[in-house]
Structures are given as C-alpha cells and as structure tokens.
Design a binder for this molecule. Structure first.
Ligand code: 4AD
Ligand code: MG
Length: 430
C-alpha cells in the first residue's frame, strides 16, 4: 500500500510503499541504512543483505544523495530513533537519479547555503523550521477564529503609507505612484469599524538598509485590530495570543523542536500574563545596566532591547513610549500627552521586538493636527480621517512579525532561515 512517512504509525507491521528522496546513507558489507525523506517526515530504511535480492542490496549501496525512489518495506517500531519507526526495506525502485547534489552532509558556509536555498530547504533543520512556521500560522487562524475575529485582507499595492515614508518600495501604478504595503493597519482600522474584531496575515515590505539577524526586506505580519478595545485590553489579547502560539508549538512540533535542539523549558515559561515596564522605567533600567548615553526621548536599538529582556524570563511589554519616536496614529496618554498608549513586546533570548501595537487616535481634531505635523494632507489619507468622522470608537491593534516569532520559538539565530525564500539586503535570488 502506498503511504507517506507521517502515516506509517497506522501501518505498523504492514508492507508499504513510500515515494521518497535519499537524504543520507551509511552502509557496510551486510547492511545499508537509508535516511529517507518525503516532505512529510524522515524515516530510516534498513536494507539487510541476507533478506533482499542481491541487486536490491547493490542498488541500496550505490544510491546517490537526493535520488528519488519508491521504497517498499515493512514498518517496524524503532525505539532508538526520535521518530519511533523504521522501514525494513524489501524493494527499491529508482525514479530519477540525482548526480552531485551540492549540499552534502558536511558543513557549508551560509552564503553557499543561501545561494542554494531552493535545495537547502530539503534539509532536516530547514524542514523543522518551516514546519514550526506552518504551525504558528495554523494556530494563528485557530486562535483568532475561536475568539470571534474574522480575517480581512488588506491590499498589497497602496497609496497610503502606515509606518513613515522613508522605507517604502515605490512602484508605478499606471499613471500614479504606488507603494508595496509596509503594514495593513490603516485598512484594518477601516475593517474593524465594519466587522468589530479582525485580523490580517500577509506579506509586508520595508526598504530598510538593515543587515541584522532580525531584519528582512519582505516579511509576513499578523495584524489584529479591535473596535471598542483600549490599550490594556489589547495587551491581554497579545499575551494570550503569544502564549497560545508557544503552547501550540510545544504540543504539535515536538519532533521539530528535538531536531532543532530547542531548549523547551524556555518555551514552557511563555504563559500569560507577561511583565510590563514603562519606557521611563526601561530608561532607568538601562542606565543601571551601564548604558550611560541613553537619554529620555531616544529610541531603543537591539542592544537596549536585549539588555531589558535579560531582566525577565518571559517576553516583556515596554509601554508608553514618547510620542515623538512613534507613529502618527498612536493615541496620547490622556494623563501625560508626551507619551502614547503603545507597547512593543520584546522576546527573551535576544530575539527582540516581536510585536508593535497601540491604541489608535479616535478623535477627529487630534488626528487632523497629527496630519499637519506629519504633512499627510494628501488625498491618500482622506479616507483614513473619515474613520474618525462617522461613529468613531476607541480601538486598538497590533502587528506580530511572523519570522521573528518563528526564529524565537524555534531557537534559530537568524530570520533568514525562518521564511522559505528570504529577501535580504543584496539578495533577491533564488
Ligand atoms: O512595529 P511595526 O513597524 O508595527 C507596525 O507595522 C504596525 N502598523 C502594526 C500594527 O499595529 N498593526 O512592525 C510590527 C512587527 C515588529 O514588531 C516586528 O516583529 C516585525 O513586525 N517587523 C519585522 N520583521 C522582520 N523584518 C523587518 N524588517 C521587520 N520590521 C518589522
Ligand atoms: Mg515597531
């Protein structure tokens, strides 16, 4: 019977045929161990010389890496492997022979692997990371759907920038100029006024000249937006959502976490509520930690975020940043208008900011004032202003960066490994 590796548990003791590629191989005079992968998983095929036809054993010994095969054998339990099963091979049929696959089991440099990303994706580690990415996406849909949110898709081609105009990708839109979306937020605010609780999940683009382990040029963002919710209520959604993601990965990606040698005790600690610290307190903390130069009013860089995160073993919210270093749409604190009702969620272990969010300005006059300060008077933003004109309500939302979340939960160093085909500064291929 034809099956896939993820289904072999259902066929214990039976003979099955699996379409697979040869990931790796070891052999001696009497036995060959084939590491097989079919996309759904990895399994070891054992070929015993005494139990198969001579030509089958000779074939097993000579198959080259990444050759595609139909392998027939009996599923048996194997307590030594993390997967728990192996295949006692009876027959092997070569579908297509691969010659000189460039990524051998030895160590390769990052640039070489990135040039071969289309092939590197087949490796066990990359497979595990992308499976965890998939689980985070699945859990996202489940979390928001169970909590009464509907998914709304904002446009990718836009005329209105959400996060400042310096990092935009420009493109020609017939006679007009357009941009690739940096964030769907402005559209999600319109959607929240129509559907109450909404979320989006889509690609976003930033022409940032940053070459760090946290920055991609094209990354995917989950952006919930909630009508009638204030800043504090939004923080509760965020901590519940992030806890849910961590617990889903722990439950559903045990094999992948093992493959990545992730310290799961770190993930087990990710449980709402998360600690909160104001920007003011964060400045004090940084000064205590020896960052003597940092002044109130300055934005935090990666070293600052990492230093703050080190004081907590959970993700931490930094709240109430100065209005001047945050986006035009954030609502000022009524008690202290120089700061805004916002928070960045900083992940532990140096993974940095995974969420940026805020309560939004709901007052028409104040929003008009912000437009003037930010020179946003053009037609492109007229529609956004109108959301404050017709039944304006308190509302809040946030954006979670998928790749940074995948990097953090998987424990991989750099975001380039958390998206199938990363777009980085100086890298558009493959
Ligand atoms: O903090 P940001 O810029 O917030 C927004 O775009 C808001 N409009 C979201 C909202 O309220 N709806 O970005 C949100 C998150 C960051 O916390 C980070 O995780 C991720 O997006 N992010 C990046 N991830 C990878 N590469 C980049 N260049 C990123 N820039 C932001
Ligand atoms: Mg941010």
């Amino acid at each position: 019977m034809k099956t896939t590796i993820d289904q072999v548990a259902k066929h214990l003791g039976q003979e099955v045929t699996i379409g697979a590629w040869l990931a790796n191989k070891r052999s001696s005079g009497k036995i060959a161990f084939l590491q097989l992968r079919d996309g759904t998983g990895f399994i070891q095929g054992v070929v015993v010389k005494a139990e198969v036809a001579e030509e089958t054993f000779n074939l097993a010994k000579s198959i080259t890496q990444e050759t595609s095969l139909f392998v027939t054998g009996t599923v048996v339990e194997d307590t030594r492997s993390p997967f728990g099963y192996e295949l006692q091979v009876k027959e092997i049929e070569v579908i297509h022979q691969a010659v000189d696959f460039p990524i051998t089991p030895k160590e390769h440099g990052t640039e070489f692997l990135m040039d071969n990303r289309h092939l590197w994706l087949r490796s066990k580690k990359q497979h595990a990371i992308i499976k965890i990415r998939n689980e985070i996406i699945r859990a996202t849909y489940q979390f928001f759907s169970e909590n009464g949110y509907i998914k709304v898709d904002p446009p990718i081609l836009t005329g209105s920038a959400a996060e400042g105009t310096t990092e935009l990708f420009h493109t020609q839109y017939f006679e007009e100029e357009a941009y690739l979306s940096q964030s769907g937020q402005l559209y999600m605010e319109a959607a929240a006024m129509a559907f109450g609780k909404v979320f989006s999940f889509g690609p976003t683009f930033r022409a940032e000249k940053s070459k760090t382990r946290r920055h991609l040029i094209e990354f995917w963002m989950i952006e919930p937006e909630m009508a009638f919710m204030d800043h504090e209520e939004s923080l509760q959604v965020q901590e519940n959502y992030v806890s849910y993601l961590a617990q889903s990965v722990l439950t559903n990606c045990q094999l992948e976490l093992k493959t990545l040698e992730r310290d799961v005790t770190k993930l087990e600690k990710i449980k709402a509520p998360f600690p909160r610290i104001t920007y003011d307190k964060a400045i004090d903390l940084l000064k205590e930690k020896g960052f003597d130069d940092i002044e109130w009013g300055e934005d935090f860089g990666s070293p600052h975020e990492t230093a703050i995160a080190e004081s907590f073993d959970q993700p931490v919210f930094i709240t109430h940043y100065p209005a001047d270093i945050k986006a035009f749409y954030m609502k000022p604190d009524p008690d202290r208008p120089e700061v805004v009702l916002c928070a960045d969620l900083i992940a532990p272990e140096g993974y940095g900011e995974v969420i940026g969010g805020s309560q939004r300005i709901d007052d028409l006059e104040l929003m008009k004032k912000r437009y003037e300060e930010h020179q946003l008077t053009s037609d492109a933003y007229k529609w956004y202003l109108e959301l404050r004109q017709y039944g304006s309500v308190p509302h809040s939302g946030f954006g979670l960066g998928l790749e940074r979340t995948v990097a953090w939960l998987s424990g991989v160093e750099h975001v380039r490994e958390t998206i199938p085909f990363p777009r980085l500064l100086n890298r558009l291929y493959p």
